[in-house]
Design a protein around this ligand. Structure first.
Ligand code: ARG
Ligand code: ASP
Length: 667
């Protein structure tokens, strides 16, 4: 009795103090934004729910696109001009780059529509509408039927049924896809990627992470495959650009496509991420990065060769460090455990829910090793090349790579042998190690054969197919293809019930569905934060900070001469502002919006829905917000729209583009 009483007290405590959607937490469904609009308006928003999302009239959603299936972009003119991040347009920019026209290094500025560059592999999607279809599915309609009907509504329509709250609700999303999207402008990488991996996930930040594209359509303004006869798309809505500037405390809203969060997972899963998965993956990547960094430092050709590889390994590596640290600091495992105990106590006389927490825990115990093995395999054996192509072998840099590639192979084999639970180790691998004497000796054998003879040696072939077989065995065990997170078919079913129960129990909590690359609204304000005791990070950076970091000797900090000259002459034109008594140009700002991967390129809007910036990152200690949002620490990073305009004008000389934009100077 006493124990139960305590548990109930704990439950109530947990319900009020541990998990309510705090100040600026949440990624809200646009079609249900009316449920949040009072809170948004109380925090400064001046528009209505219909302005954000409407199916009867043009609304802000009509100015936002899913950019190439993984980023967000927004329309900034009535003639299809689209803004997104430099790192989102990177592939397109790279594809158009050659030694003669190195747009990555020097930037690209179309000076007329004729100069805009078509891209084969690039599309954008507008959300036509979203609607809940839970009832239709319950009434017997299949997802396939619903999708088929929706697709037939318009030319080049796409549709998907996505589950919210682990299947408690099903939503149909109908998109119109445009495939003729042309590159209009990209700043030099020394602006668009300024600070490189060193500054990635870091504040203070000075990256001008933007690029411009234009959507083209057929003469009827409908989607059309690329044709020189296509014309600029006339969107239903585009954003007005505010040049009035931002101040700490100003209301902000982000409209975009966040990819993947897991705010409702059990403490077991949080512990798995922070204590098991992240540390192992970080350690494996630390070793890889050490080997690659040493190679890059030894030889300029290797520095260039490994640049993209280094960037992609380092991005998640840094993110995981922030995530594990943040979860530890916030005590998320313990607070979630208390929350679950509270729920279990409430649920104990409710047959539907009484066993659910125990069942979830049992399923985690069943699958954790298998999923961990999968993660380790993907980070090690599966991260190695299966072959070196003839093209690669012909490159001048190829022979120089041997020592590095061999060291990587040995490191990854060693990590796999030591970290992957042995019952999930590939049999071919175990045999190879036994025969060779050690994972490193086995790696040397395999690598030397690969290096000398290509991939078609029997030993390599057997190892590769055995690895694929093991990965599919694990997939089969988990019974699901959605393996971005520790998950299984059974877990998903159990979570359906758990979340349903949580929503009955924890009535004070403002629930929002986990991010799943569907359109969401997040709102907050421009805000700095206490980085360390006594050390406050202001929310705005300026050109002065770029100049302070400028260093021609360091690749990531070597800015274009034009920017140095502008700084020297202070010829900022209309983009100059006075900040803290200095005449300067604003560059980036921090806000409290809840964002994640996929929100890159999202518009950041002021209280009137005008564009004040472009989202591109978070601070690394914020990345725990994928699991638990901490309002004291979690900050997203945006490029100030005034810096975007300054670069277009003063670096690109492409101010003709301003003619098609709408500006507002209202405070
Ligand atoms: N950290 C940002 C986001 O995940 C930007 C990544 C691109 N920039 C870079 N320097 N690697 O994904
Ligand atoms: N940089 C991320 C992106 O590319 C955004 C984030 O994780 O905050 O989507």
């Amino acid at each position: 009795m006493r124990i139960i009483g305590q548990a109930i007290a704990l439950a109530m405590l947990a319900a009020v103090s541990v998990q309510p959607a705090r100040a600026d937490e949440g990624m809200w469904l646009p079609s249900l934004i009316s449920e949040r609009i009072d809170d948004m308006r109380a925090k400064g928003f001046r528009l209505t729910a219909e302005d954000i999302y409407s199916i009867n009239k043009a609304s802000m959603k009509d100015a936002v696109v899913l950019f190439n299936g993984g980023c967000t972009g927004e329309l900034i003119s009535g003639e299809g001009l689209l803004l997104t991040n430099h790192h989102c347009g990177y592939d397109a920019i790279q594809t158009h780059s050659s030694v003669e026209h190195d747009y990555l290094t020097h930037g690209f500025w179309a000076m007329s529509r004729q100069q805009e560059l078509p891209n084969k592999e690039l599309n954008v999607r507008f959300l036509v509408r979203m609607e809940e279809v839970t009832d239709r599915i319950a009434a017997g309609e299949t997802k396939e039927e619903i999708i088929r009907k929706a697709k037939s509504e318009g030319r080049n329509y796409r549709a998907a049924v996505e589950q919210m709250y682990y299947g408690n609700q099903q939503f149909l999303f109908v998109y119109e896809q445009f495939d003729d999207v042309r590159l209009v402008a990209a700043p030099p990488s020394s602006i668009g990627k300024f600070g490189g991996d060193t500054d990635n996930w870091i504040w203070p930040r000075h990256t001008g992470d933007f690029s411009l594209f234009r959507i083209y359509a057929g003469k009827d303004n409908k989607p059309a495959a690329y044709s020189p006869d296509n014309v600029p798309y006339r969107p239903k809505r585009h954003f007005t650009i505010s040049t009035a500037g931002v101040r700490e405390g100003d209301f902000t809203m982000i409209y975009g496509f966040p990819g993947n969060t897991q705010e409702y997972i059990l403490s077991d899963a949080v512990a798995y991420v922070a204590e098991r998965s992240d540390p192992a993956k970080i350690a494996i990547r630390t070793g890889r990065l050490d080997i690659i960094t040493a190679a890059q430092a030894s030889d300029p050709a290797l520095r260039i060769h490994y640049a993209a590889k280094h960037a992609s390994i380092a991005n998640a590596w840094k993110k995981w460090q922030g995530e594990a640290l943040g979860i530890g600091r916030l005590g998320t495992v313990a607070s979630k455990r208390a929350y679950e105990e509270g729920f279990a106590a409430w649920a104990q006389d409710k047959p539907e829910y009484s066993r659910i927490v125990a069942d979830l825990k049992a399923e985690y115990a069943r699958i954790a090793d298998a999923y961990f093995a999968r993660e380790i395999t993907r980070e090690t054996l599966d991260a190695l090349p299966a072959r070196y192509t003839a093209e690669e072998r012909a490159e001048a840099v190829f022979p120089q790579r041997k020592a590095t590639e061999r060291a990587l192979c040995q490191w990854l084999f060693g990590q796999y042998a030591r970290r992957c639970p042995v019952q999930y180790q590939v049999p071919e691998f175990l045999d190879g190690v036994a025969a060779a004497g050690s994972p490193e000796a086995y790696a040397a054998q395999i690598f030397d054969a690969l290096w000398l003879q290509g991939a078609d040696t029997t030993a390599l072939h057997a190892l590769h197919s055995d690895t694929k077989r093991m990965l599919s065995h694990i997939g089969w065990m988990l019974g699901t293809k959605s393996l971005r997170n520790l998950n299984s078919a059974r877990l998903n079913e159990l979570y359906t019930t758990y979340i349903k129960g949580l929503r009955e129990w924890d009535t004070d909590r403002a629930f929002y569905p986990d991010a799943n690359l569907t359109l969401r609204v997040a709102y907050g304000h421009v805000g700095g934060y206490e980085y360390a005791d006594g050390e406050y990070h202001k929310p705005q950076t300026t050109l002065d900070g770029i100049i302070a970091k400028d260093n021609p000797e360091i690749y990531d900090y070597d800015i274009p001469q034009a920017l140095r000259d502008l700084y020297a002459s202070k010829a900022y034109g209309r983009w100059g502002t006075t900040i803290d008594g200095r005449k300067t140009v604003p560059v980036c700002f921090l806000a409290t919006n809840h964002t994640t991967g996929g929100n890159s390129g999202s518009p950041i809007l002021n209280a009137r829905g005008e564009l004040i910036g472009l989202n591109f990152d978070r601070t690394w200690r914020s990345t725990m917000s994928d699991i638990a949002f901490d309002e004291a620490i979690c900050r997203n990073i945006a490029v100030d729209i005034r810096y975007v305009l300054f670069v277009i004008d003063r670096i690109g000389g492409a101010d003709y583009l301003f003619d098609e934009m709408d500006f507002s100077r209202r405070k």
